[in-house]
Ligand binder design. Structure first.
Ligand code: DAH
Length: 339
């Protein structure tokens, strides 16, 4: 019996296996119910009583040794396989590249946030519009140059249908469907038949604003736009309003802000004037109120419209409008939330 134990022990010591199947075969050979070690236990009753203690101990040791050996073989096989696959499970994971918002969306959302704080809501209208909403209801005379084929993309089969040239068309839709008080901004895409250059594009974005109520004055317009300018360009920003002309406002003005680069001292961004033009505005022309069935005796209003690309170029110091439309990831990934 002792010899048998010794013999099995020597074999166990030198066990080798290079696959899971081989290890399993060894387990069956040595440790299963009918295996070599179990059969030793079956013969245990034949051991003379005075040797039982010693033999029993050796058998238990042998069983432990065999179990340990087979587990070790499994572990070392795992290591070999991991090394073979060339994978290093301790390496950190590959980073997931997150997308970033388009700079135009960032600025558009900022404009929206500013006016929402002032109690404006958001309205939208179609990009493919009709002459009434883009021109006629906004007091454009029949022969006004903005209707010219040069500026407007018309639908060939029906010149009454066109791509909107400004988001002022949404003013008309809001007035059709609401009664004052109206306080709304309309962000959206607009289209003009213009040559593409560093300064202009045939597609761009505008945000239109409209405020109609009793007793709305030019002072309200000025204060609203001053608040906007300070929120958008910083609290030291100053504004100035220059008289201008738009068919749908009377009086009309263009608003400049103090130069974002030199603060008004004069530099090549502001062409040494100290000022940068950023939007058009004015008091809603009574003809427009009338066209849209709003009582022009009772109500007054102001409106304004700005180009989102223009504001984004000033905020981010971008010199070429075409960059916004190229979708070059090296450009786009540079913009994080503004401020
Ligand atoms: N619609 C004008 C444009 O496209 C911008 C504008 C000027 C909008 C004056 C207005 C406004 O609402 O009052 O250039």
């Amino acid at each position: 019996m002792l010899d048998k134990i010794k013999e099995i022990r020597q074999k166990v010591d030198s066990l080798q296996a290079d696959s899971l199947e081989a290890i399993e075969a060894l387990r069956i050979e040595y440790l299963s119910k009918k295996g070599l070690i179990s059969s030793l236990f079956a013969d245990f009753r034949l051991v003379p009583n005075d040797q039982k203690k010693e033999v029993g101990q050796l058998m238990n040791e042998l069983k432990q040794l065999a179990t340990q050996k087979i587990n070790d073989l499994k572990l070392s096989l795992d290591e070999v396989q991991t090394a073979d696959s060339g994978l290093d499970y301790t390496l950190p994971g590959a980073p997931v590249n997150l997308g970033s918002r388009h700079p135009i969306s960032l600025i558009k959302n900022e404009i929206i946030d500013i006016f929402i704080r002032l109690g404006f809501n958001i309205s939208e209208g179609p990009e493919i519009e009709d002459d009434w909403h883009v021109f006629s209801a906004l007091n454009f005379p029949e022969e006004h140059p903005a209707r010219d084929m040069q500026d407007t993309f018309f639908i060939q089969s029906n010149p009454d249908i066109l791509l909107r040239t400004h988001t002022s068309s949404v003013q008309v839709r809001v007035m059709e469907n609401n009664t004052p008080p109206i306080r709304t901004i309309s962000p959206g895409r607009v289209f003009r038949n213009e040559a593409i250059s560093a300064r202009s594009h045939c597609i761009f974005h505008q945000v239109e604003g409209l405020y109609i109520d009793e007793n709305v004055s030019f002072a309200d317009l000025k204060q609203t736009l001053l608040y906007f300018a300070k929120e958008m360009f910083g609290h030291d920003t100053q504004i100035r309003l220059r008289p201008s002309y738009f068919p749908f406002t009377e009086p009309s003005a263009e608003m400049d802000i103090s130069c974002t680069l030199c603060g008004g001292k004069g530099c090549n961004v502001c062409k040494y004037t100290g000022w940068l033009e950023i939007l058009g505005c004015g008091m809603v022309d009574p003809n427009v109120l009338e066209s849209n069935k709003i009582d022009k005796e009772k109500y007054t209003g102001f409106a304004f419209g700005m180009g989102v690309e223009r504001i984004a170029m000033l905020r981010f110091g971008i010199k070429d409008i075409r960059l916004f439309f190229d979708n070059d990831i090296r450009f786009l990934s540079q913009f994080k939330a503004a401020h």
